[in-house]
Design a protein around this ligand. Structure first.
Ligand SMILES: [Ca+2]
Ligand SMILES: [Ca+2]
Length: 70
């Protein structure tokens, strides 16, 4: 499977409401479901911010992918 397809699946899993953007809350929830309960909202926001290229405080798939493919 192409890596980008795997990334797309991951992205869709994290994007709980399916609007095409990952918010800090969605990111935090996804990590908690993966067993990482240490991630608080501020931590999730910081992670989003570090990957957010256009500054809208949410992650588009392009931003998600840009981070992964670095
Ligand atoms: Ca969303
Ligand atoms: Ca963004």
């Amino acid at each position: 499977m192409a890596e980008i397809e795997e990334a797309r699946r991951q992205f869709e899993r994290i994007d709980a409401d399916g609007d095409g953007f990952i918010t800090a809350a969605e990111f935090k929830t996804a990590l908690a479901q993966g067993g990482d309960w240490n991630v608080t909202e501020p931590v999730a926001e910081a992670v989003i911010k570090s990957r957010d290229l256009d500054g809208d405080k949410v992650l588009s798939f392009d931003e998600f992918w840009a981070h992964l493919s670095k």
